[in-house]
Write a protein that binds this ligand. Structure first.
Ligand code: IPM
Ligand code: MG
Length: 359
């Protein structure tokens, strides 16, 4: 039966980078005779402008039917003053929650040729290869009660950081299992010195480790220290396990270390490995429609979709190799170039395709 791919380009550079990934998708479908059906729908601010909602009902219906979703990016300052449920980010948050995409995998790896693009010294950053496993459907992002209360003085806003044992166990299991294919090391991040929810997180991860994963190395680190360690000596990490909010912050740091946040893909999976795939970067309205965005994170996300949700690991590895070769050949998009000679967004897909042809 044909596998269903839903494509949600979203806003800003989301549209441009998704268009590059689509060109490659069309090419591999043809070349490797893949049985995929695709559908493209609007989300985010773009959908709000057309339909009055950042996530129209048919998006959710199609998302639930899809084997994999490619998501570009959403948001722009012009929609910041909209009511909460109309804001572009709601598209992302609703999809994550409704599809139970609790496991967010954010790899941060350096192409050594790009070491000079990093803000860190070459010797510190070389060979970087970290995987951040971020819990994505719980914690402070979704905890109840939440709200803003203006009926009292002073008015106040509040959120709840809550994790139950099942939520912690299922994401910790993903982190331990991922580490088995890597360097067997998991560092779990929390604020156990301040927050009860973190103390419980630490206890639960430790119990799971003792019970099922004692041959993996487990360490615990406070979130502020983890942020600092990522900048001082990122290579000490293999897999970082983090709650929703801490994982959000740490993954931006980790991604930027690699030279450009425009390079890194991510996967958000449910328990049956259906998933949504998106670049770690945002919609970058400041550079939208200039044909200068880096589509490699989106192309890498397509590769992750092929690997985890579409059963095409071999094709995924061909795309990964083509990206590596493109960098080796010296092609650079503007964000990682010297600012003079660079490849336009719309030229990248063709170069990737040529590389796949030549492999
Ligand atoms: C991310 C983003 C989102 C998040 C925003 C856009 C809601 O920063 O995917 O990291 O905070 O999860
Ligand atoms: Mg983020």
């Amino acid at each position: 039966m044909s596998k269903k791919i839903l494509i949600l380009p979203g806003d800003g550079i989301g549209q441009e980078v998704t268009s590059s990934a689509l060109q490659i998708l069309e090419f591999i479908v043809d070349k490797f005779n893949l049985d995929f059906s695709t559908k493209i729908l609007d989300v985010g601010g773009t959908a709000y402008e057309k339909f009055g909602s950042p996530i129209p009902e048919d998006v959710l219906v199609s998302a639930k039917e899809a084997d994999a979703i490619l998501f570009g990016a959403v948001g722009a300052p012009k929609w910041d003053s909209l009511e909460w449920d109309k804001r572009p980010e709601q598209a992302l948050l609703t999809l994550r929650k409704e599809l139970d995409l609790f496991a967010n995998l954010r790899p941060a790896f350096l192409f050594n040729e790009l070491a000079d693009a990093s803000s860190l010294k070459k010797g510190v950053i070389e060979d970087l290869d970290i995987l951040i496993v971020r819990e994505l459907t719980g914690g402070l992002y979704f905890g109840e009660p939440r709200g803003i209360d203006k009926s009292v003085t002073p008015a106040f806003g509040f959120n709840t950081m809550r994790y139950d044992a099942d939520e912690i166990n299922r994401i910790a299991k993903i982190a331990f299992e991922a580490s088995q294919k890597r360097k067997n090391k998991v560092c779990s991040v929390d604020k156990a010195n301040v927050l009860e929810v973190s103390r419980f997180w630490r206890e639960t991860v430790t119990d799971l480790h003792n019970k099922n994963f004692s041959s993996q190395e487990l360490s615990h680190m406070l979130a502020d220290n983890a942020a600092m360690q990522l900048v001082i000596d990122p290579n000490q990490f293999d897999v970082i396990l983090a709650s929703n909010l801490f994982g959000d912050i740490l993954s931006d740091i980790a991604a930027t270390l690699t030279g450009s946040i425009g390079m890194l893909p991510s996967a958000s999976l449910d328990s049956s490995f259906k998933g949504m795939y998106e670049p770690c970067h945002g919609s970058a309205p400041d550079i939208a429609q200039q044909d200068i965005a880096n589509p490699l994170a989106m192309i890498g996300s397509l590769s992750m979709a092929l690997k985890y949700s579409l059963g095409e690991e071999m094709v995924a590895s061909k795309i990964d190799l083509a990206i590596k070769n493109l960098i080796k050949q010296g092609f650079r998009t503007k964000d990682i170039s010297n600012g003079e000679n660079y490849l336009k967004t719309s030229e990248v897909a063709q170069k990737i395709i040529e590389n796949i042809e030549n492999e």
